[in-house]
Every structure is written in C-alpha cells, then in structure tokens.
Design a protein around this ligand. Sequence first.
Ligand code: NAD
Length: 390
Amino acid sequence: MERAVWFMSTRHALITGGAGFIGSHLVDELLKRGFEVTVLDCLLPQIHGDAEMAADGWPVYLDRAARRIKGNILDDGVFVSSLDGITHLVHLAASVGVGQSMTNIADYTRNNTMATAIMLDVLSRSGHGVERIAVASSMSVYGEGEYWSAAAKTSLAPPLRSDEQLRRRSWELTREGDGSTETLEPVPTKEEKPLHPASIYAINKRDHEEMFLTVGRALGIPTTALRLFNAYGSRQALSNPYTGVAAIFISRLLNGEPPLVFEDGEQQRDFVHVKDVAEAFATVLESDKRIWGAFNVGSGRSVSVNSIARTLARLLRKNIAPRVLNQYRVGDIRHCFADVSRIAETYAFRPRRDFEGGMEELISWVTTARKPIDRSSRSMAELSHGRMVV
Ligand SMILES: NC(=O)c1ccc[n+]([C@@H]2O[C@H](COP(=O)([O-])OP(=O)(O)OC[C@H]3O[C@@H](n4cnc5c(N)ncnc54)[C@H](O)[C@@H]3O)[C@@H](O)[C@H]2O)c1
C-alpha cells in the first residue's frame, strides 16, 4: 500500500492555462487519479476579469490541492522554474478566440506560436524530468470538415466556400460534375483529412500541434496533440464574447436577448462535454504507449447551431427564438464533426456524456454563477469594423 502511494505521488503534472475552463477540469481529474498538480497561469483579464476569485486571487473553482504559479509562459524563466519535479506536461495556455485572432494577429501569434517556441527551447536546452506531453490542438486546424460525394463515390476535403458563393447566400458545399451541381454530404472528419486552417487562431493551433510533435519526437518524449471539438460545461467564461457558442448563447438568453446565428443556423458542429475532454487528456497522460500523433476529441455526434440555441432556450425556460442573421463570417466553415475512432482504437478512450444531459448540467451551473454580461455587440462591432462579417 505504502509502495502504491509512493508510486502515485511521483507523477506530477504541470498544466499551463490550468486556471481556465478546460484546465481546471483537468486539475480535478488528475488529482482524482493520484497526480500531484501544478498550475501555471497568468490569469488573462479577458478570461478571468468577471470571474469569482478567492482571497488568494485565483478562481474559486480551482481545487486548493493544486499548486499555483501565477506567471506568463512567454517568460522562459517562469517556465524553467515551474518544471521543477514535473513528470507530465499539459500545454493548454492560449488565446482562444477564432474571430478575435483575425483582428489581433500579432497578439495571438505571440501568445500562441511564440510562447510555444519559448517553451520548446526550454524543454530542449534545460535539464528536466518531463516524460510525457499532451498539447491542446483544435478542430479548427481542419478548416472545412470532411464530405462525401455520392456521384464520385469518394470522400472529399473541400476548400472554404468562395466569396462569390457566400455572397449569393448559398451555404452548402457543392461539387460541379457532368453538367450538374451536387450538394455534398457532411460526414465525420478523420485525422487524415488534409489541414486547411482558416484563421490565425487555427494556424496557431496547427503550430502548437506540429511544433510540440516535432520537438517531442526529437527529445524522445511521447507527445500527443488532442484536436478538441467544441467543449462545453461549467466554468466557461460566460462574459467573454470570443469564446464558445454555447457560452455566448447562454449569456444572450440570460440577458433576454436572442442568440445571434450566422448563415441559416443549420451548420453542424460537435459539442463535447468538458469532463470528457479532461478524461481524454488524463487517459493520454496515463498511457504507457510511446506515441507521437494527433487525435480527435469530440462526442462523435453532430448538432446544428439552431438546435443548440433552441435547446438552451428551452432549458433556461426562455421563450426566445434565435435570430438568424443570414450573414456570414469570413473564414467560417459550414460543417465539422469528429470521427472519434482513432483515439478509441489507440487509447481505448470514448466520450461518456450525452448532449442533453451535458447541457442540463451546464445550465444548472449557470444559474448558480454570476449573471454574465452580454458583450456580443462589442465583438460584432469589432468583426464588422475588421470587415470580417458580411
Ligand atoms: N474550449 C474549447 O472548446 C476548445 C476547443 C479547441 C481547443 N481548445 C484549446 O484548449 C485550450 C484551453 O482552452 P479553454 O477553453 O480552457 O480556454 P481558457 O481561456 O478558459 O483557458 C486558457 C487559460 O490560459 C491562460 N493563459 C493564456 N495565455 C497565457 C500565457 N501566456 N501564460 C500563462 N497563462 C496563459 C488564461 O489565463 C486561461 O486561464 C486552449 O489551448 C484552446 O486553444 C479549446
């Protein structure tokens, strides 16, 4: 028994961005599995400015058993000292708004790509005990999802829709052939699909993934990039208008405003519960496989944006229909949802939460959290000013 406790306490995970939405759930999951956990986070005001903080200045939801280091990963000295005693590294810290990345290009690239370069320099030059790495990538690296052409009997990885098509308000992906136009069928996206990142954020996430995989391999440290689909759950930054669609819609509904839906709202996404995401990271960290690769983490189910808006309104008991804007955001994709078979086959990981139950849990957390401030008009104004909404 004593031996088991000794063994477990030697596993010490450092989570960059561990005070954030996904990071804090991963803290809970790793503590539950017997890891020691250290969080390195600079507590970005855009994420934490409206959150409830404890007397020590950290979010109230962050488990007290986690050691905390307030610092910026852009500061290599902070990162070096944070690695003391660390055996497992999870890199989550990032600037995370797709739309915002298109109008804050230098900031995003500094905080995402440059920060990764600084961390990797430290890992390759200094002595440390890191034996396994997991890094958060994103479904955004795919650009458009995968499609099936019934006429050509093949799966396709089409580029983004043309401006000309979008100006006609013709939303679906099509393929020209034999004098006719075929509407393509969206199918689950597999990891092999060529990557076509369509925003600075997506390019930054591809950088995260490729830089960590390349250097991890060179250093002989097994490294896994998890391509997260749309995570939802408690502790989302509800007042941050640049985060996930579920949080933004909840914020609008609680303020008596209709969720704003781009295009016709029938675009399909994959919503995965944050606890499933945390379990995916923990599974990868605990694995003894010596693997370098990228894996989808989604629910494996698709759901339309309209349906999200209606489900949230029903659960919040608000009789408010979404406002379908018939406008589009430059660089937006039409459909993307995950094929989750690779992570199931490699790590025996399967998501466990269903969408209805997960959303109910999110709503029950929301009703106990501070009422969010609706800042979507600010983000819409910024996007319009940057000519990102048409
Ligand atoms: N939430 C999603 O749906 C989703 C989807 C795909 C990928 N991801 C990725 O997962 C990761 C975590 O996302 P999240 O939703 O929890 O975001 P979040 O904004 O809630 O958390 C990110 C945390 O990183 C911290 N941080 C940012 N820059 C930092 C820096 N330079 N130094 C130290 N700390 C810094 C922030 O203060 C914040 O606490 C990100 O890498 C994101 O790109 C998230």
